[in-house]
Write a protein that binds this ligand. Structure first.
Ligand code: FUB
Length: 320
């Protein structure tokens, strides 16, 4: 059984976004480099420069590496750090969404287009207008509308955009004040731009109050994922410095989303990042840890396990 084992062992992989296209499961991970770097809160050690896509149609067999899908050298607007990607399809084309620092060192989100789920993908000349920060997750609703959730604080710079423009000195607020919100925006019909200005995706507690900045066990940090189960929207994410994977639910795509709980406690390593997907009638959680490198934070490995829901729609908590 491959469950909870490193899925890819010939390279380090992280931030798995799992998607089903044409009856096959595709994993879009970050490709961690086997380099020696000091860790810091800015995330400089995550110095990735390409993407590989993995195909999996049997959950008992290691996924197939489909080869180089996109390289930093072929992204005209980017300077470094290809972080957590996601993918989507429309009208027979495939779209790879990815964050990277632009030439000014500011994280932006770009899109690259391909003819097959594994690429190769050709990057657009510029990043998505109005995009910032990291960790795009792309969700297509039943009516065909596609939305992108995104954002990550600290190294992901979301806290530098609180005023509406980039403030290099911006920091996560502290204390009993609303936490920084992740963002959500509808995509244009051609999948290449935002169709609207990104809005706050507000996460509230059981009393309807926005989660507070000092609530590190529950407030948003990075690594968003959107999915729908039984007509309810689920927004799941990492709490960052408390290393938990948690979720919130809403009856509408834009929210507000009500916090529901933790479904994965901390893994080995600093970051935790996931996706949730249904494949052949079974739900799965894809995540990463640092087992393969024996705990080196920027040398991670992708894993998966089965995920299930209780009758009331809550996610049955898992262990890494
Ligand atoms: O892989 C680089 C960054 O680490 C991702 O963008 C974050 O979500 C965290 O996993």
């Amino acid at each position: 059984m491959l469950e909870k084992k490193p899925l890819v062992t010939h390279m380090y992989t992280a931030d798995p976004s799992a998607n089903v296209f044409n009856g096959k499961l595709y994993i879009y991970p970050s490709h961690d480099r086997d380099i020696e770097m000091e860790s810091n809160d800015n995330g400089d050690q995550y110095d990735m420069n390409d993407y590989h896509v993995f195909e999996m149609d049997d959950m008992n067999q290691a996924p197939k590496d489909l080869g180089l899908a996109l390289h930093l050298d072929d992204v005209p607007w980017a300077s470094k750090q290809l972080w957590a990607p996601d993918a989507a399809t429309k009208n027979g084309k495939y779209y790879l969404y990815f964050p990277a620092r632009d030439k000014d060192g500011i994280f932006r989100i770009g899109v690259a287009v391909g003819a097959a789920p594994g690429g190769p993908f050709k990057a657009q000349k510029d990043y998505i207008k109005g995009s910032f920060s990291i960790d795009p997750c792309v969700f297509t609703d039943d009516d065909g509308s596609t939305y992108m959730g995104f954002g990550g604080i600290w190294g992901g710079q979301l806290d530098k955009w609180v005023s509406g423009s980039f403030d290099p000195e911006g920091k996560e607020p502290e204390g009993n004040v609303p936490a920084v919100c992740p963002k959500i925006a509808k995509l244009s019909d051609d999948m290449l731009e935002f169709a609207e200005k990104p809005r706050d995706l507000v996460i509230v507690d059981e009393a309807g109050k926005p989660l507070q900045a000092n609530d590190h066990d529950r407030r948003y940090f990075e690594g968003p994922w959107l999915h729908k189960y039984n007509g309810t929207y689920y927004f799941s994410y990492s709490t960052g410095d408390t290393h938990r994977l948690v979720y919130a639910t809403s009856k509408t795509i834009y929210g507000p989303y009500t916090y529901r709980g933790m479904f994965l406690p901390p893994v080995l390593g600093w970051t935790t990042h996931h996706s949730i997907v249904e494949y052949k009638g079974q739900w799965y959680l894809f995540y990463h840890d640092c087992e393969l490198s024996k705990g080196i934070n920027h040398k991670r490995c992708v894993k998966f396990c089965k995920l299930s829901y209780n009758a009331d729609g809550t996610i049955v908590p898992m262990t890494p």
